[in-house]
Ligand binder design. Structure first.
Ligand SMILES: O=c1ccn([C@H]2C[C@H](O)[C@@H](CO)O2)c(=O)[nH]1
Ligand SMILES: [Zn+2]
Length: 157
């Protein structure tokens, strides 16, 4: 079976993970107290960070992954090579459905998505397995609908 992601260098991986942890520090998780940090690595080597920003309306909340993507895309950056997501949970946590569709819009099917446990640094320091779930949007959102589908030939209306 083909690999589900392309590979990223160990140094890019550690920089990206560190940035995601930094991003989590700025989470505005006043209501859920559930902090999330995300970091995107761009094709030209920049790192764009995002955190979840909650709202008193609850429904107005924006997740960390979408914050990072909206920051990047609204600054004209639309090409990414990886994404890291961290929470305060000591196991890898997976993006919500809305974020999966949002990631699908801008990221290649095999782009690495690193789901990083909160105790990642401790695990690495102890020489244990890092606990990262390395996945891709192809795995997280199979049989997805995306921008290309709107280009498909249609029956006349
Ligand atoms: O993929 C996800 C899932 C949840 N959250 C945030 C939204 C909300 O602020 C909190 C609890 O759902 O976690 C994210 O940032 N990303
Ligand atoms: Zn989300």
């Amino acid at each position: 079976m083909a690999a589900s992601t392309w590979s990223i260098s160990a140094s890019d991986k550690s920089k990206l993970i560190e940035a995601a942890f930094e991003a989590k520090e700025h989470a505005y998780a006043k209501y859920s107290k559930f902090r999330v940090g995300a970091a995107l690595l761009t094709t030209d080597g920049q790192i764009i960070k995002g955190a979840n920003i909650e709202n008193a309306s609850y429904g107005g909340t924006i997740c960390a992954e979408r914050t990072a993507l909206v920051k990047a895309v609204s600054e004209g950056i639309t090409s990414f090579t990886s994404l890291a997501v961290v929470t305060d949970v000591a196991s890898a946590l997976s993006p919500c459905g809305i974020c999966r569709q949002f990631i699908r819009e801008f990221c290649a099917q095999k782009m690495p998505i690193l789901l990083v446990p909160a105790d990642y640094a401790d695990r690495v320091a102890k020489g244990e397995e890092d606990g990262i779930l390395e996945t891709s949007i192809a795995e997280l959102l199979p049989h997805s609908f995306g921008p290309e589908d709107l280009e498909r030939p249609r029956q006349p209306s």
